[in-house]
Design a protein around this ligand. Sequence first.
Ligand code: PLP
Length: 392
Amino acid sequence: MDKNHLIPVYGRYPVTLSHGQGAEVWDVNGKHYWDFLAGIGVNSLGYGHERILKAFDKSQNLLHTSNLFWHNPGIELSNKIAELTGGYLSLWVNSGTEANEAGIKLMRRYGKSVGRSAILSLTNGFHGRTMGSLSATFVPRYQDPFAPLVPDFYEVEAGSLSALEEAIDQFHPCGVMMEPIQGEGGVVPLPRGYLSQGAKLAKEAGCLVLIDEIQTGMGRTAQWFAFQSEDIEPDIITVAKGLGGGIPIGGMLAQEHVASHFLPGEHGSTFGGNPLASQMALAVIDWLEAEGLEHIRKMAGVLEETLGSLQRDFPDLVLGYRGQGLMWGLLVSVPSSPIAAQALDRGLIVNAPQPDVIRLLPPLIVNEEAIGAFFHIMTQVLQLTREQREGA
Ligand SMILES: Cc1ncc(COP(=O)(O)O)c(C=O)c1O
């Protein structure tokens, strides 16, 4: 693994995965892991789920068509999204960053009609790594190596309505982008009421509101979209990650009067929304509708209680936990990376998106047995961490 031919942009764990089933995976040496990260919120139905396998089967003889043609899975998927959202139109791409890129272009396109181009996004947010979405991701270690970025993007302090109001007055933006819970930022929910009041301020000023549901959407927070906890009707919703159950698909969903600013030929993607990806997304949505959302609600309660137990057992190490549904950040008083590494050693996959946060994004099919195993392994890891700290 030291000598490979990949461009080394990733810090990988020294583990080569081989196969999985449910919420469990095995590496090439036969070692077993409980997966509480799900490919960073992607493998929503875990591994080897029969709905996913059936969707593969159905797609076998038409994986791709290009967007010069219609295909039934694509038509069904967009109909389903319209039904779930109350009429949003969809544009399909292949990843989260591309979904946001499409949203940024649509906001700019709308901006042309009103003479505006500024786009606002929040401190500590993450919207992706292509030049447009990176320009909306105000994290210096991601942005600085690639400056100059796309002009006319501005950072606004997350959670402050007065900061948002000031920025709207100052920049007259065509759009504002926000995640309801900042995932890469360390699972940080926006303060209650901020989304709805912020959206109201923006809309009154003629500014479009894009809600980035790439990590929080498609059941992750025990509802279709995290913004549904608040009274808000976004102009644009972006989705990806868990939507395809492991197959790349991203979507930019927009209200019809907003979507209509795009004219034929102004945006597109060769692969976007191909029959395979659409069929997989339909499989995930069907599961969520039939049983998934209810299952997630139940498991969310079990997981939240488990996190409470960890905090009670280790108040010196676990300072708190935040999140919703099956998306949680455990706040720790010691560096989080060694904790994630020790968990991996003991057969539990979690990650450390911030130096003081352990993130949990288990597959949405996670069950009580898996949550029990998570508790058991985390208890061992925290016990060891405590002993090491006391011995130091
Ligand atoms: C909220 C949010 N937006 C956008 C992205 C970018 O998605 P992708 O990595 O699929 O391009 C991510 C990825 O972590 C994300 O969490």
